[in-house]
Ligand binder design. Structure first.
Ligand SMILES: Cc1cc2nc3c(=O)[nH]c(=O)nc-3n(C[C@H](O)[C@H](O)[C@H](O)COP(=O)(O)O)c2cc1C
Length: 222
């Protein structure tokens, strides 16, 4: 699929078709791409834990949910996803990496492990669209993190940054919206050129002083 189409089509899917067969090779491609993202200092502190077997997924939902009783619409739609991927960040990998001589005087200014996990998760979301699948990134209540980690033998010091639900969207998936009360902020309010608050004019390209395209950023910390 064209990259532009992948980006534009990517919307969170919250209702999956539990009966649509999944191509295991496509699933492998989707999750493997999640590990191709950048990482600060090349720390590579991201792990992905795939739950494909129905028993494993049932154990996840039991460990992750705190609402007893019948499933609400969100849970009914998302728990039908035939594959789940736990997105796990390892702060220890960054502590080790940033203790090395080339980084020792430049500690991460904020949790880079979470940033890198988000980058990997986005690659999975985009890859799912590219394969014609649907996906949702969602969070697990903090009070449930330790239980979910223990349930799947993940080290207790990993951060459960979120979970990706993957599968084929249900026929009515578009009606299962998320934060639909909020409208997308227009690009002109969010894209600033030269100084904060100066929008990019419709007629304007992003050119440098010589009229040539703006160069990529030079090398920075990270
Ligand atoms: C860090 C993060 C956490 C999110 N957590 C949830 C969640 O717990 N449940 C959910 O249904 N959607 C969740 N979302 C999805 C957002 O609601 C969604 O991205 C947003 O409404 C924009 O819609 P779109 O992604 O379809 O464009 C999360 C997204 C991010 C980036």
């Amino acid at each position: 699929m064209e990259f532009e189409a992948v980006v534009r089509r990517r919307r969170m899917v919250r209702r999956f078709d539990p009966d649509a067969p999944l191509d295991p090779e496509a699933l492998r491609r989707i999750v493997a791409r999640g590990l191709r993202g950048p990482s600060a200092g090349f720390s590579q502190g991201l792990d992905l834990l795939v739950l494909r077997h129905p028993d494993d997924r049932a154990r996840f939902w039991a460990a992750a949910s705190d609402r007893p009783g019948p499933a609400d619409a969100w849970l009914a739609g998302v728990s039908a996803a035939p594959a789940l991927v736990l997105v796990l960040a390892d702060p220890g990998a960054y502590r080790d990496r940033y203790a090395r001589p080339d980084k020792a005087d430049r500690p991460p200014p904020f949790p880079y492990w979470d940033v890198d996990a988000g980058m990997g998760a986005l690659l999975v979301l985009l890859s799912a669209v590219d394969e014609g699948w649907g996906a949702l990134f969602f969070g697990v209540p903090t009070r449930r993190h330790a239980r979910v980690l223990a349930e799947f033998d993940a080290p207790a010091d990993r951060r459960l940054v979120g979970v990706l639900a993957l599968g084929h969207p249900a026929a009515d998936a578009r009606r299962a919206g998320g934060s639909s009360h909020t409208r997308r902020r227009p690009d002109r309010d969010r894209l600033h050129v030269g100084r904060f608050g100066r929008p990019l004019a419709a007629s304007e390209g992003l050119t440098g002083p010589t009229g040539s395209p703006v160069e990529g950023a030079d090398e920075r910390d990270g």
